[in-house]
Design a protein around this ligand. Structure first.
Ligand code: DON
Length: 318
């Protein structure tokens, strides 16, 4: 691990630069019209379908960024990592994984038919599994959500991060599929809380962020849960190993296997158009944003940009 870090670090000044990232964006922008902005949550359909940004955060605070990196969007499923982290802190990994599986998946992120044939959701990255982990976070009412928000504010060292209320209300109003799953999971006694916990899931998905702060989350997971400025209040290599393994096996849903082969960096997507990629070998955290999605619900250009960065910079596990 150390030798590849050194190689990257030596190459950084020549290979990685804002100009280089701008070129990667330009090289991939022709794919824009192949993707589609999510509209099953009506408020998400308002996103700027042309936006593209990338931010790379390396060890010692090295940071590169290009494109629309100031644009804000909702974290959506990227929040599932934070929910899993806090549920494991509260209960321990064993207890949490009595209620969710370690399986990869060939299924879409919002699939629920497997709940009839399997004892638990397949993994905590799909919606069903995330509903369970969010509901396991200790606390009454909206405390589970507040703890997720506080953790994201800590990781980014940015106390201005807040919910996008319109996105939250939009999903709360139209999220019948998640609501159905939530009650099926209650029926299976995998969720003990009432619908407040479902609202917490909708709220965590609606937390708004920009690409630079998202890269800080990627950095945190790439570095054993140490913050970009070196603060190590939550340092925990066991939890980061768990999260990275989940990202690699299920973070991109049914695209995870092909994605691992092509890109080889533990990653997590959200339907808002963000993807984080965390490379524990080099300690690099990368965030990309482009709301036009592929058929798996992952940012189409986001994956393409990460493929370029993985191939050209050697930021990859394999
Ligand atoms: O529950 C949902 O459907 C959304 N709030 C989150 C789904 C999501 O981000 C899938 N990832 N790409």
């Amino acid at each position: 691990a150390l030798s590849s870090f050194t190689i990257i670090a030596q190459n950084t000044p020549t290979k990685l630069s804002n100009t280089y990232l701008e070129k990667v964006i330009k090289d991939n922008s022709s794919y824009l019209n192949q993707g589609k902005v999510a509209d099953y949550i009506p408020e998400l359909a308002k996103a700027n379908s042309q936006a593209i940004s990338v931010c790379v955060l390396g060890p010692k605070g090295v940071i590169y960024k290009a494109g629309d990196y100031k644009e804000k969007f909702t974290v959506q499923s990227i929040s599932k990592l934070i929910a899993l982290m806090i549920a494991v802190e509260d209960w321990g990994e064993e207890k949490v994984f009595e209620r969710v599986g370690y399986y990869g998946t060939s299924l879409a992120f919002n699939e629920f038919a497997h709940l009839e044939t399997m004892p638990t959701p397949l993994n905590p990255m799909m919606n069903a599994g995330a509903l369970v982990t969010t509901a396991m976070i200790k606390g009454e009412g909206d405390e589970g959500y507040q703890r997720i928000l506080e953790r994201i504010r800590y990781i980014t060292n940015n106390n201005t991060i807040k919910i996008n209320q319109a996105v939250y209300l939009s999903e709360k109003e139209t999220g019948h599929r998640n609501r159905g799953m939530f009650h099926l999971l209650k029926n299976k006694e995998l969720i003990d809380k009432d619908e407040e916990a479902l609202n917490n899931y909708f709220k965590q998905c609606s937390i708004e962020i920009d690409t630079e702060d998202l890269a800080k989350i990627a950095y945190f997971f790439a570095n054993e849960c140490t913050r970009f400025d070196g603060d190590n209040k939550y340092k925990n290599s066991s939890i980061s190993e768990l999260l990275l393994s989940q990202m690699l096996t299920a973070g991109m849903y049914d695209y995870s296997g092909a994605y691992s082969r092509k890109i080889g960096i533990p990653s997590k997507s959200g339907v808002g158009g963000g993807i984080i990629a965390a490379d524990p070998k080099t300690g690099y955290g990368i965030a990309v944003f482009s709301p036009a999605l592929d058929s798996h619900g992952n940012s189409l250009i986001g994956s393409k940009i990460l493929e370029d960065l993985s191939n050209k910079l050697g930021i990859s596990l394999f």
